[in-house]
Design a protein around this ligand. Structure first.
Ligand SMILES: NC(=O)c1ccc[n+]([C@@H]2O[C@H](COP(=O)([O-])OP(=O)(O)OC[C@H]3O[C@@H](n4cnc5c(N)ncnc54)[C@H](O)[C@@H]3O)[C@@H](O)[C@H]2O)c1
Length: 507
């Protein structure tokens, strides 16, 4: 760093939701902060907001009055960017508009010293593009915080194509001084976190738009089966489609229509109709007068039970896991090489639909039901039918698998059920990010756990479930859909075939 890290002067331009949080964490990290906003009074309002937060922290005993005064005295309100001369770094958090941001940085070039770092907090514009017109683009980079800044520990440090390496190194250190957990990446559409997040939201929207399951069922499965804290539709409700849909389109356009990020009509039409989520009191869910989402109760488990069950051995691990569960449930399990005429036939596919299993394994499709065994069947179970599965057999499978009181979600035929499909997509996007050297595996995983609150990062999730199984899910989905959207990343394919962790770097 060309400056003393203990005496940093940090300019923050834009004192809105993000700028005030950035000013707060910079001041808390011991930096002198110069804060300005083009709207008169906005910077002072931001400082007052931080002062109120700190006053509450003092009341609750989380901070001493001296510490509060010390940090607040670090924040100085200035009138205009022209006052940023003493800064070692200036962070821009103004309106998300390329021309306005470019004009601001061009102005700053004439104000700050030659070794002052210029950083943008843009969420959807390419860092390289914003910096392209600068006289000295080498000292320009992205520093992408998450909302609310003081709560969200992650910060993405983004090297544009012309960013010099010392700038990213310095931003990693500055991020840590702000009490953040920085990750380092190369400029990419949606950076790390917003790219990974497409696997969760867009894939789930594709599932719903194919009529496989309803919004509430997909949310339940992603929470209870895959372990996400919030379902994809609940998340989109909270964020609002006015944020999620344009971000999805931006990533798709910037990546030259990478099929993995292909947006979904279901989201576009709702966005255009103004059905945005919680903020419009209508979204994927309806809302009651108190603003709570209305979620229809699940259908109670039927009393039906099969006389006997035959489990396909085509997937050895899935067959073993399901057989063990059926034993616990007291089912009568057939041991023959083929099912008896009346048996309930259970298959445990990875990425195949129930129809493919029945046809390719020569099983009676009217008696066949598929069970997702890739995830522990502890909190909830997912089953799916072929289009011709006899309703009585579906009811027997549902009744049996719910007989210990665990909920069962019944979906229409789907290559990859719900959880297999969405998690494989997230894992594949993580692998693609590793393959194209956007970031190292540890940072990709950190981005997802800290920035998205996922139970595991994309690569760690793949390792947990088994890289070979994720590869199989994707390959079978690609076969079923004929869509390059599901083509496995070479990063994943190679590591799965070699039997090594997805975190394994190239030698
Ligand atoms: N809100 C988020 O969740 C989030 C997350 C990450 C990044 N971002 C990015 O951070 C930036 C700011 O977002 P926000 O949510 O804080 O917006 P905001 O609307 O809350 O605040 C923007 C502030 O910038 C000021 N401003 C606008 N033009 C200006 C200019 N030319 N000079 C000085 N001040 C100017 C506005 O008066 C306003 O106070 C955007 O680029 C956004 O994409 C937002």
């Amino acid at each position: 760093m060309p400056f003393d890290p203990d005496h940093l002067v940090c300019g923050v331009i834009g004192a809105g939701a993000m700028g005030r949080g950035i000013a707060q964490v910079a001041a808390t990290g011991g930096m002198r902060v110069l804060l300005c906003d083009s709207r008169a009074g906005a910077a002072q309002e931001a400082k007052d907001f931080v002062a109120k937060l700190f006053a509450r922290a003092v009341e609750k005993g989380g901070m001493t009055a001296e510490a509060k005064d010390g940090v607040l005295s670090n924040i100085e309100i200035v009138d205009a960017p022209s006052a940023m001369g003493p800064c070692n770094i200036v962070i821009e958090a103004i309106v998300e508009n390329l021309d306005v941001k470019r004009a601001l940085f061009a102005e700053l070039e004439g104000i700050v010293a030659a070794d002052c770092i210029l950083a943008t907090n843009t969420s959807s514009l390419a860092v390289t593009t914003i910096g392209a017109g600068l006289k000295a683009p080498g000292r320009f980079a992205g520093l992408h915080f998450f909302n609310p800044v003081p709560v969200m520990k992650l910060v993405e440090v983004i090297d544009g194509v012309r960013t010099e390496s010392w700038v990213g190194d310095a931003l990693m250190a500055i991020g840590r001084r702000m009490g953040r957990e920085p990750v380092r990446l190369k400029d990419a559409p949606g950076f790390l976190v917003n790219q990974i997040g497409r696997g969760f939201t867009i894939e789930s929207a594709h599932l719903a738009s194919e009529g496989i399951a309803g919004f509430a069922d997909i949310d339940r499965v992603m929470r209870d089966v895959a372990g996400f804290r919030m379902g994809p539709f609940e998340l989109m409700e909270l964020t609002g489609l006015d944020v999620t849909q344009p971000a999805s389109v931006a990533i798709y356009e910037q990546s030259y229509h990478e099929p993995r990020y292909r947006p979904v009509m279901l989201m576009k039409s709702r966005y255009e109709a103004g059905i945005l989520g919680r903020k419009t009191a209508r979204g994927f869910y309806d809302y009651d007068a108190g603003g709570k989402p209305v979620v229809a109760a699940e259908r109670p488990a039927p009393a039906a039970r099969p006389q006997s069950v035959w489990v396909s051995g085509a997937e050895a691990d899935g067959s073993a896991a399901l057989t063990a569960l059926l034993r616990e449930l007291g089912a009568s399990i057939e041991s023959g090489a083929t099912p008896s005429a009346a048996a309930l036939i259970l298959v445990t596919p990875l990425g195949d639909d129930a129809t493919t299993c029945a046809v390719e394994q020569g099983l009676d499709p009217q008696h066949t039901v598929a069970v997702d065994t890739l995830f522990p069947m502890v909190k909830r179970r997912t089953i799916m039918t072929t289009p011709v599965t006899d309703v009585a057999y579906r009811e027997m499978a549902h009744g049996l698998l719910a007989s210990d009181g665990k909920p069962v979600t019944v979906i229409r035929d789907s290559p990859g059920f719900i959880a297999q499909r969405v998690v494989a997509m997230i894992c594949n996007i993580g692998c693609a990010l590793a393959q194209n050297r956007t970031a190292v595996p540890a940072d990709i995983d950190k981005g997802a756990t800290l920035g998205l609150n996922y139970p595991h990062g994309p690569l760690a999730f793949g390792d947990l479930l088994g890289p070979a199984k994720i590869l199989k899910v994707l390959a079978n989905m690609q076969r079923a859909y004929g869509d390059p959207r599901y083509r496995p990343s070479l990063w994943l394919t190679r590591r799965a075939r070699l039997g090594v962790s997805l975190a394994t770097p190239d030698a």
